[in-house]
Design a protein around this ligand. Structure first.
Ligand SMILES: [Co+2]
Length: 453
């Protein structure tokens, strides 16, 4: 354990290179039988062009630093896991649409720009707590994501070629997102983009409708003055992120730029609650990158451990480098967040605080559906806002798993989804997501908090 600033500072990125993680224990890595094919694939990935540019990564770091001081707000969201089949026009457009709509609601309320980060274009890997699961009555290796193996029971053998397929799908997804934004998709003043029909029975429907109208008025007003081009209203800045789980894949997308190293497969990477061990390979890999790094913090996070993780990831104490994403669960968020914030504050470590109110609130129903209660999600958010306010820190953003589709995966919200409704349209391959109406509603609720701040 490092005990002083000087030790950690001296550590810097010394003795680091893109494969130094290989000398550490690496959890949750698939085991490939065909290692020859694996190294062929990794060699090829190293020669392919990066998906993002160092200047974009640096800009994200600056925007995150702004957010940590309260002058921007971060909306980080998307799917728990991306499927290869999601790499199509409609699905990508829907994902961008919901992120844009939520961000416009937040911008309007907070009077500050929103940093949009998608969990997309590379979120193809999942850590799983068990090695096997039941599929149609058969015990099969647990599903770990489309870039590892197929979903069908007969396809669960890890296949190195899927890493390549993942790279090309991430690249096609990001290419389409960039084209949509450059081509005017972000033009949000079409009322048909604001489909509130699902929310018609919501108690605050009229109020939400009113906010949408005011947002549209504001957009028209600014445009008629010519002070704002379409791109500014929409999404010129859009960043991608995924969990840095499969380290050989991440290493193959690591590039040098002058004195710095970047992972150019995404703008931001995060490290899971299960893989952020101080001596583990994941932390070793991430500490050498110039990318902003998210750290997921579950209810068992030890405050001293968090302090040491931050020192390791951010020895030069740059603001905008480490994003601490708390996912503590609604019952414990209020009491657990204060010691975590305290440990980092006492250490003088600049940290960007985000709240993921989804992952600490997952339960399984008696019918076997994984679900989350909208009330618990909102409750964790409310307590997290309050805890930061008390500590004098800023809650810089939120992290969601959501979809623009009318799925029935999370219960509650003013659309009144009940447990019995879950089977109606449950589509998630992994965690339950907020549907379209629930996503907009949660954005309106966060907007209330930002307005009152
Ligand atoms: Co998830």
């Amino acid at each position: 354990m490092m005990s002083s600033f000087h030790q950690s500072s001296a550590e810097s990125t010394h003795n680091w290179n893109p494969d130094s993680w290989r000398s550490r224990p690496a959890l949750h890595q698939p085991e490939y039988r065909d290692v020859g094919r694996l190294s062929e694939v990794l060699d090829l990935l190293e020669t392919l062009p990066p998906l993002v540019f160092p200047g974009e990564v640096d800009r994200l770091a600056v925007e995150l630093a702004d957010a940590s001081k309260g002058s921007r707000f971060i909306l980080h969201g998307g799917e728990c896991v991306e499927r290869f089949a999601d790499c199509n026009e409609v699905t990508i457009a829907n994902r961008i649409r919901i992120l844009l709509q939520m961000s416009i609601i937040l911008t309007h309320a907070a009077r500050k720009p929103v940093v949009r980060i998608g969990r997309m274009a590379g979120q193809f890997f999942k850590p799983r707590s068990r090695e096997t699961e039941l599929l149609d009555g058969h015990e099969v290796p647990t599903y770990k994501g489309d870039a590892v193996h197929g979903f069908e029971a007969t396809q669960r053998e890890p296949d190195p070629s899927r890493l390549l397929q993942g790279y090309f799908r991430a690249s096609a997804t990001l290419n389409y997102v960039r084209a949509m934004i450059a081509g005017g998709f972000a033009d949000l003043h079409h009322p048909d983009y604001w489909n509130l029909r699902d929310m018609e029975h919501a108690s605050r429907y009229a109020e939400y409708q009113g906010i949408v109208e005011r947002v549209q008025d504001a957009i028209h007003f600014m445009e008629s003055f010519g002070g704002l081009d379409r791109g500014t209203v929409g999404g010129v800045n859009f960043f991608t992120s995924h969990e840095a789980l499969h380290l050989a894949y991440e290493q193959s997308l690591t590039r040098r730029d002058g004195e710095k190293w970047y992972n150019l497969g995404a703008h931001m990477l995060w490290i899971g609650d299960r893989t952020r061990g101080l001596d583990g390979a994941h932390l070793e890999y991430l500490r050498g990158l110039s990318n902003p790094v998210g750290v997921k913090l579950g209810p068992d996070t030890d405050p001293d451990d968090l302090r040491d993780v931050c020192r390791r990831l951010n020895p030069t104490r740059k603001t905008g480098k480490v994003v601490c994403i708390t996912r503590l669960g609604y019952r414990e968020a209020a009491q657990r967040i204060t010691p975590l914030v305290g440990a980092v504050q006492r250490d003088g470590m600049p940290v960007v605080w985000c709240c993921d109110p989804m992952h600490g609130n997952t339960v399984t129903t008696s019918a076997g559906h994984k679900t989350r209660s909208f009330d618990h999600i909102v409750s964790e958010l409310r307590d997290t806002f309050a805890a930061h306010r008390e500590a004098g820190t800023v809650l810089a953003g939120v992290h969601f798993e959501m979809t623009a589709d009318p799925v029935t995966e999370c219960i509650g919200g003013s659309i009144g989804l009940a447990e019995a409704d879950l089977s109606r349209n449950y589509q998630s391959w992994c965690d339950p997501r907020l549907n379209y109406a629930q996503s907009l509603e949660v954005a309106f609720l966060i907007a209330d908090h930002l307005r009152s701040r």
